[in-house]
Design a protein around this ligand. Sequence first.
Ligand SMILES: Cc1cc2nc3c(=O)[nH]c(=O)nc-3n(C[C@H](O)[C@H](O)[C@H](O)COP(=O)(O)OP(=O)(O)OC[C@H]3O[C@@H](n4cnc5c(N)ncnc54)[C@H](O)[C@@H]3O)c2cc1C
Length: 413
Amino acid sequence: MKHVIVGNGVAGVTAAQTVVRADPSAEVHIFGAEPYPYYRRPLLWEFIAGQIEQEALYFRPPDWYAERGIQLHLGARVVGLDAVDHHLALADGSHATYDRLLLATGGHPFIPPCEGTDKEGVFTLRTLDDALAIKAYARRASTSTAAVIGGGLLGLETARALHSAGLEVTVVEFFPYLLPRQLDVEGAEVLQSLLEAQGLQVVTGATTVAILGSARADCIRLQDGRIIDGELVLFSTGMRSEVTLAQEAGLAVNRGVFVDAQLRTRQADGQPVEDVFAVGDAAEFEGRVYGIIPPAIEQARVAAANMVTPGSAAYSGTMPATTLKVAGAELTSLGESVVEGDEYTHVRHLDLEAGQYRKVVLRDGRIMGAILLNDPTRARPITQLIEREVDVSAYAEQLLEDDFDLKSLLRET
Ligand SMILES: Cc1cc2nc3c(=O)[nH]c(=O)nc-3n(C[C@H](O)[C@H](O)[C@H](O)COP(=O)(O)OP(=O)(O)OC[C@H]3O[C@@H](n4cnc5c(N)ncnc54)[C@H](O)[C@@H]3O)c2cc1C
């Protein structure tokens, strides 16, 4: 059986590994557009900050693929898919066939409409090549300030990396507060003061309308007319799934490539395509493109199991859980942490002096989500309480007190 995987990111590599484990006789090929073996995107920040060398980005030794019988084709962009004839066309004019195909093509950065984004010094960060270019530009003697547009997880981490690389950095966030997808107003205020204490500037509730400068970026202009220094401008304003191959092959695509619980793609008429699967940032499952690593790994394992033995595994979604370390703060966001509505109760605990903030969101006595700023010990028990749907209503008021033992609630179940 010949398995072909398009994409050499975490999803593609995990799937390849799962296939060869399940069927050591399988022929497995990975086609990756980038020229590098698999590397860890979260380490790109440390690389930009100058804390690690390029070699440290690679997760596996160079012969890892060959030792497992996985045939890796680097710098090999797939440009055409014929899902009827099981045929792939590559950018270099060559062709490949498959019995089972996995689309693990990831995503690319999205830049909102803004004047001057074509100037030198304007970047996005997704790939190692992006990181190399950013790093080189940040090192130029003429670059001393950076504007990071987007105060989400990626934006804040990139801002911190640029700050560590020696630049004066301002983060510009469109929403009225930072990390709008993970934090509420109270938590964001604590985080912002921690970031400012570390030397980052933060501007919220601001829309960037133009990058100013002649050929090179010099500063940015906000909608309200304010000017922010930025010889290096970094857009961190979201990701879009890489769906071109699937779309051109006539597969059903919305924000991502539609997949069912077996991670099979489907035709425009809704019929599953039995031998073409999609996972990771490229895939949309039940209306959701996760855009983070844990679901990509989970999906890759399920898809690979089904590629080897059709119908053998099912995916039912992943609880979004993010832990971010920024400017010495550790932030964990679990499940439905920023929902509003009468059916939800929010229990909060704030300790400004300790830079700590905790919140759980309850519905019908069950914890639906949580935010933990600088409080890593509670993440595990709360995750388990969410997963086991434990009724905590009798303790709602005490849940987040310093001396309350969350684990005791787990023992009761
Ligand atoms: C800087 C950074 C830091 C991050 N940190 C975190 C973190 O701390 N925690 C977390 O959970 N998530 C993090 N993420 C998000 C995470 O990296 C993604 O969710 C994850 O990489 C998705 O994996 P994937 O395999 O689906 O896609 P990708 O990692 O994007 O891999 C897809 C690969 O497919 C290749 N490809 C695309 N089209 C083709 C084609 N036509 N032919 C051949 N190859 C193709 C691409 O070149 C790419 O190498 C971070 C992202 C970035 C950019």
